[in-house]
Design a protein around this ligand. Sequence first.
Ligand code: NAD
Ligand code: UDP
Ligand code: UDP
Length: 337
Amino acid sequence: NPLLLLNHNSHNHRHLLPVPAGVRVPPRRVVVTGGAGFVGSHLVDKLLSRGDDVIVIDNFFTGRKENLVHHFGNPRFELIRHDVVEPILLEVDRIYHLACPASPVHYKYNPIKTIKTNVMGTLNMLGLAKRIGARFLLTSTSEVYGDPLEHPQKETYWGNVNPIGVRSCYDEGKRTAETLTMDYHRGADVEVRIARIFNTYGPRMCIDDGRVVSNFVAQAIRKQPLTVYGDGKQTRSFQYVADLVDGLMALMESEHVGPFNLGNPGEFTMLELAEVVKVTIDPSATIEFKENTADDPHMRKPDITKAKELLHWEPKISLREGLPLMVSDFQKRVLEE
Ligand code: NAD
Ligand code: UDP
Ligand code: UDP
């Protein structure tokens, strides 16, 4: 069928072509809120590379134009400076809702703004999805499990979260965002997807966002001691950003609402992480112990059975393979300081 061939080869004509019955057309118009941030910008790269039209909405609180500058001039890409706490009118097929500061340093900087972003921002994006019939994906977090009493964490676990603590603007905010998402699904028939993301690292993380991977990598490059909080025996599971992007896109295009844990089940203590960073960057790096922060979860590790079975997704890149992939990006940016 010559029409089909044209459909494959030409971006310019694709909107004009009739769609043969039974053929599923990939989505073309996508919004990524928070697309100038760490995860969002990698997602935008992948969506554009598969041929989607992408609109990024970002208020540049923690995001940077540098993360997207390689797409400026691409007519299929658009960047809008906008705060999701305010309503917006757009016409799209898919909404990836990422806008929200993610590192403790950033989300505690202005906790009222963080909870407004989670509640009002998510409400606005769900209102938008409802009005235009778009599919909506929420990037929730493993923090909804709080300081978990179940290990590893399955999606069925309801969590152990302090509602009045310094992290609550973020974890209770995301829990409310999940509630809103399910209520728009049940009450307004919005097609929704929920991802619960576990600690993710990679190029374009904010250097000084206080997260453990960015801290250790930047410290090792700057020849400073690696700061281990508490006794360093608390655990986290670290996922490389490309694996997460694959998981988010698989979830969006799947038939399943979720929630789905998206994370790498490889579990490390902070002392073990420090060892991997030393081996990767500088074996002579030293460790300095510091007091831990309030409400710090003792352990965290995703059970990803559900995502494996229903999304046929699992992470492919181990910590030892992934860390070197962010080092050159960090070295370049530390040198520019
Ligand atoms: P990030 O801080 O790099 O990106 C967040 C982006 O949202 C930034 O570009 C920021 O400017 C933008 N933003 C914040 N508030 C906004 C607002 N009110 N209006 C418009 N834009 C706003 O963080 P990230 O690591 O890329 O995280 C992306 C999403 O993934 C977040 O929702 C976060 O909660 C979630 N998540 C991330 C991780 C992780 O380890 N990186 C883990 C769990 C969940
Ligand atoms: N909204 C938006 N863009 C739209 C549609 C809605 O930003 O295209 C916002 C709207 O301003 C409202 C929120 O989404 O604050 C929820 O919308 P909904 O229609 O569900 O609720 P209502 O407006 O009836 O309160
Ligand atoms: N952490 C650390 N040194 C640092 C920064 C963080 O030991 O320089 C610890 C922190 O106490 C926590 C873990 O690393 O136990 C993960 O912290 P991060 O802020 O990266 O993520 P989250 O707490 O949100 O999982």
